[in-house]
Design a protein around this ligand. Structure first.
Ligand SMILES: [Zn+2]
Length: 286
């Protein structure tokens, strides 16, 4: 099986992006992996600190391990991790990657915390990729009507800061703030700053990661991939698809078997993941 690093090199060579989907349970895991297998493309399972404490830090690792033993290109990322201690736990569990998120901290503090995680990773599990973030894009997977007030154009990452951050931290992956926002904004604003992605991608040699892509149009996301994005995160849209489908089924039946009333939720998540993976690997269908 290819490693995540190899899969990223493959994505770079082909000008495509690897899909990163957050899950909190085995239904989500099944939907994401089945969709990726159907298309024969690599995929990243993301679990934030809260998602992995709900799932079990070791339990989700074991499920991904089963896929990897089968030779499948399924990888596990410790998504948004806010402390060295929580990062160390994911590194000790031999996840494929970890995101140390100091984006809300001042530059120097973000650099210091990220460096500490990179150092621990290199010494203890050299295969793991460490992602750093610069530029605050919000934290929650909320549905908004308009752009939240604490996130503004001012927080977008400049190419100069990006370069300095990557040099100082030696991260393997870099997540900039380029008009992307966590959560889903119904107005579709702001648009992704494609020019900024191009500029950052010119100066940064490590793969770029786009967070908070729920709510951006297929065309925008494809433009971002063409500009140099190599991993795209989807969470809120997936949660929404899951909840809506399960709500509908539960309200319309007296069924008590979970595999029956959850099935529609899995199906709806899978449909969404299939759609996203097609875009990330081929662009929008005309
Ligand atoms: Zn994110």
């Amino acid at each position: 099986m290819k490693s995540l690093r190899d899969s990223l090199a493959w994505a770079e060579k082909n000008g495509v992006a690897i899909g990163h989907f957050n899950v909190s349970d085995s239904e989500g895991f099944r939907a994401v992996t089945e969709a990726a297998e159907e298309l024969g493309v690599p995929v990243i399972i993301g679990v934030s600190e809260k998602e992995r404490s709900f799932f079990g830090v070791a339990e989700i690792k074991a499920l991904v391990g089963v896929k990897q033993e089968q030779g499948k290109a399924v990888f596990l990322n410790a998504d948004h991790t806010y402390s060295f201690e929580a990062s160390r736990e994911a590194i000790d569990h031999k996840y494929d990657s970890v995101i140390i998120d100091g984006a809300e901290k001042p530059f120097a503090e973000n650099v210091a915390m990220t460096r500490e995680v990179v150092r621990y990773a290199r010494e203890n599990h050299p295969g793991i990729l460490v992602e750093g973030e610069l530029g605050f894009i919000g934290k929650s997977s909320t549905l908004y009507d308009n752009v939240p007030e604490n996130i503004s154009i001012q927080t977008q990452t400049t190419p100069e800061d990006a370069l300095e951050f990557v040099k100082l931290t030696s991260v393997d992956l870099f997540a900039p703030s380029v008009g992307n926002i966590h959560g889903l904004i119904r107005s579709g604003e702001p648009k992704l700053n494609i020019e900024l992605i191009k500029e950052i991608s010119k100066v940064i040699k490590v793969p770029l990661v786009l967070h908070g892509a729920s709510g951006n149009t297929d065309e925008e996301v494809w433009e971002a991939i063409k500009a140099g994005i190599r991993i795209v995160h989807i969470n809120t849209e997936l949660r929404l698809a899951y909840k809506e489908a399960v709500k509908k089924t539960i309200n319309s039946t007296d069924e008590v078997a979970p595999y029956k009333f959850m099935a529609e939720g899995v199906e709806e998540m899978k449909k969404l993941v299939l759609h996203k993976l097609k875009i990330f690997n081929h662009g929008p269908t005309k």
